[in-house]
Write a protein that binds this ligand. Structure first.
Ligand SMILES: Nc1ncnc2c1ncn2[C@@H]1O[C@H](COP(=O)(O)OP(=O)(O)OP(=O)(O)O)[C@@H](O)[C@H]1O
Ligand SMILES: [Mg+2]
Length: 371
């Protein structure tokens, strides 16, 4: 019946048919038997089994018809019950899932709160640390400013009296004394330059750096800067080409712009191997005065370009060529160019391929900045 889905009716099971020898039928002397499938959409959901041990042929056609209707109802009820159970189970697991999620959300929320709290605490700590760093920085700048200022007066006295001696105002000197004196003056001159650099640097840092722009012939200014560096270039067998196309006079601080030119030139001389070339070009582009110093030197790695203009930055590649220097030249140059309302930049195709430094100053800078 499970296979064929047909109703099986036995009128006298114990005495006739295939189940007469069935031990259960025999033992109970079962007479009428009815076995009907509970079908839902052609699937067997269960079986109704009925027996009657008193009457033969108890399951008449009418009764079977009623049973068939009941079987159909029972199958639907069974299906519904199963469905309900599945639904219930689904609901339960859904509730569990919601529970887990809620707990996770709660954990996340409290983690977030702790994190926010920590960020807040750290921010306060950082702000404090920052403030004391700024304070230390200010003190350092002030210290630098005072100390360099104080160093300058005795050094000027040394230089002054050395010159007086050298000029033989106080009496004649022999060659040996002259030679020693000129070494002393050279050393003191270098010291003065260094102190002046430090003083400018301190002023730039403190925002107290001022320029005194005046009408200047840029041609002559560049020529003088190149001339002052010529002996150094010559000593390294370096050629310096100059190309200045600035027709009109420009308003700049000649002393400080010379300092920028000298620094760029001295860098090119320092970091270019013998027999190399240095090219300096100046021209007007739009409203700007542009100056470019190009060399065939050791070049600069692209990742180093951005830190060149920070104070005390000396690149490793340059150390082999280094003869003194503090690493302040470019940062001071940047301060000077910016005080003129301009910008300074460096570029290099890579190590060993030379470098180009150029700075741009608005032609109106003098009038804008220092009326
Ligand atoms: N033309 C150049 N070619 C290759 N590297 C350069 C060039 N100019 C500057 N640099 C690199 O940039 C660094 C910083 O230059 P900067 O002029 O600020 O300092 P410095 O020349 O080392 O010392 P200072 O100018 O104080 O005497 C140099 O040490 C060098 O590593
Ligand atoms: Mg330098």
């Amino acid at each position: 019946m499970a296979r064929t889905h047909d109703i099986v009716i036995l009128d006298d099971a114990a005495n006739q048919g295939a189940f007469a020898n069935d031990p259960y039928i025999k033992k109970n002397n079962t007479k009428s038997v009815l076995c009907a499938p509970l079908l839902y959409q052609d699937r067997l959901r269960g079986i109704i089994y009925m027996e009657n041990n008193l009457t033969i042929g108890a399951f008449t056609r009418d009764r079977v018809q009623i049973l068939e209707i009941l079987a159909a109802q029972a199958a639907i009820s069974l299906e519904n019950a199963t469905f309900y159970e599945t639904l219930n189970n689904l609901n339960l697991s859904l509730n569990k899932e919601i529970d887990v999620r809620k707990r996770a959300e709660e954990a996340l929320r409290s983690l977030n709160e702790t994190l926010e709290q920590r960020v807040l605490e750290r921010t306060v700590q950082l702000e404090k640390a920052n403030e004391s760093l700024k304070q230390a920085d200010r003190l350092k700048d002030e210290f630098l400013s005072i100390i360099t200022h104080e160093l300058r007066s005795p050094l000027n006295a040394i230089l002054g009296f050395a010159s007086v001696l050298d000029d033989e105002v106080l009496g004649p000197l022999n060659d040996q004394q002259h030679a020693s004196l000129s070494k002393l003056i050279k050393g003191a001159d270098r010291l003065l330059l260094l102190i002046n650099d430090l003083l400018d640097f301190a002023k730039i840092r403190a925002g107290r750096f001022t320029i005194s722009p005046e009408e200047t012939s840029y041609d002559s200014l560049v020529a003088e800067a190149v001339e002052s560096m010529a002996p150094l270039a010559k000593a390294k067998k370096l050629s310096i080409d100059t190309e200045v196309r600035v027709p009109q006079k420009v308003i700049i601080d000649p002393r400080y712009i010379t300092q920028v030119l000298v620094n760029l030139l001295s860098n090119s001389i320092k970091f270019t191997p013998p027999e190399g070339k240095i090219h300096i070009r100046a021209f007007v582009r739009g409203e700007d005065l542009v100056t470019e110093v190009q060399d065939t030197g050791i070049g600069i790695k692209s990742e180093d370009l951005s830190r060149l203009f920070s104070p005390f930055q000396q690149l490793e590649a340059g150390l082999a060529y280094k003869v003194g220097g503090t690493g302040l030249g470019l940062s001071i140059s940047k301060g000077i160019v910016e005080a003129h309302g301009g910008t300074i930049t460096a570029d290099s195709p890579g190590p060993g391929k030379g470098s180009t430094f150029w700075f741009r100053i608005p032609l109106t800078s003098g009038r804008l900045r220092n009326p």
